[in-house]
Ligand binder design. Structure first.
Ligand code: GYE
Length: 325
């Protein structure tokens, strides 16, 4: 009896698979070889880093034979929540997303858990008290990136006792990289009284945001020594405002930024940015590897970080031809 039942179930499964195939002529894959379906909700297309990250994910999915359902949230948390709910409804195999902000995910994460769909966080982290709502988080150590920026600045200004006035362009308010890059930088410069952050505001990780906020900083402060930008795009936007104000970026104002996109390397080679802390967006292959493991029910480490360096102006021109993003 049991046997007959399972044979019937198998026949039914085959019939369903055949209908799902829709007669596209590509030949039905047998049950076990169905591609993994991954629903991925991306933050948006706000920066050069993000463009490279999206490309890396799409390319890696293709190479791994993973069927990718890609959704762009245009920097809105509501859009990401909607996308995740739609992935749950479609019963995808795995959900991955890069959360635009840190908080406010508990409900939707619990919904995914209830549906038995594993979740992988990539690039940005979430803040949650819930247990076991995601398998792992793959991304950079943003606090350490902020510290690297701070350490370089401390060295660079080691010979002066004068006050050093810093303006800070923050990333998207409430996002993990904005919170953490601010924290890591503050931790290091806070050990020295001479460093003063005289203004700090969000430029939303975009070029136009960086340009506008820097313009406002310049009109209310005439004694800015340093700009610390949480990403390259904002630094590049800010450079336009600095030049428009008749000042020399990299000379009159020391500029530090984070990411390491090609345009920032070009600006460094031109002397307009002084230091770039690297943040690697090319994490698609690592992500697909984790998706496969999680799908197979394998144990994965709860936190996986990405290895990164820092680049000064001397190193920029040399590194430029090999930059992949
Ligand atoms: O630094 C910035 C992007 O989350 C690490 O988001 C990412 C950040 C990156 O918009 O350029």
């Amino acid at each position: 009896m049991k046997k007959a039942l399972s044979a019937a179930a198998a026949a039914l499964a085959l019939a369903v698979a055949a209908t799902a195939c829709g007669g596209g002529g590509e030949g039905a894959q047998s049950g076990g070889d169905d591609p993994i379906v991954l629903g991925f909700s991306q933050v948006g297309a706000e920066s050069g880093w993000r463009t490279a990250n999206t490309e890396s994910i799409k390319q890696a999915a293709k190479e791994a034979g993973i069927e990718l359902k890609f959704s762009d949230a245009q920097q809105q948390q509501q859009n990401q929540i909607q996308a995740i709910r739609s992935f749950i409804q479609q019963n995808v195999d795995v959900i991955a997303f890069s959360p635009v902000v840190e908080s406010g995910w508990d409900t939707v994460l619990l919904e995914a858990k209830a549906a038995g769909i594993p979740v992988v966080l990539t690039d940005r982290a979430v803040e949650t008290d819930q247990k076991d709502v995601y398998e792992t988080f793959l991304g950079s150590d943003f606090v350490e990136e902020g510290r690297k920026a701070g350490r370089w600045l401390v060295e660079e200004y080691a010979d002066t006792d004068d006050q050093v006035n810093i303006v800070e362009l923050q990333g998207t308010t409430g996002s993990a990289p904005a919170n953490d890059r601010k924290e890591g930088f503050a931790e290091i410069i806070g050990e020295h009284d001479k460093f003063e952050v005289v203004a700090s505001q969000s430029g939303d990780f975009t070029r136009s945001g960086g340009q506008e906020v820097m313009q406002a900083f310049l009109s209310s402060h005439d004694d800015i020594d340093v700009l610390y930008a949480h990403n390259d795009d904002m630094a590049l936007g800010a450079i336009e405002s600095i030049e428009a104000a008749g000042l020399e970026p990299g000379e009159d104002i020391t500029i530090i930024s984070i990411d390491g996109i090609k345009d920032a390397f070009r600006a460094m080679a031109d002397g307009k940015i002084n230091l770039v802390v690297e943040c690697n967006p090319l994490i698609g292959p690592q992500l697909m590897d984790l998706v496969e493991k999680v799908h197979a029910g394998e144990e994965v480490k709860p936190r996986i970080t990405v290895e990164e360096g820092v680049f000064t102006q001397d190193e920029a021109a040399e590194a430029l031809p090999d930059r992949k993003y």
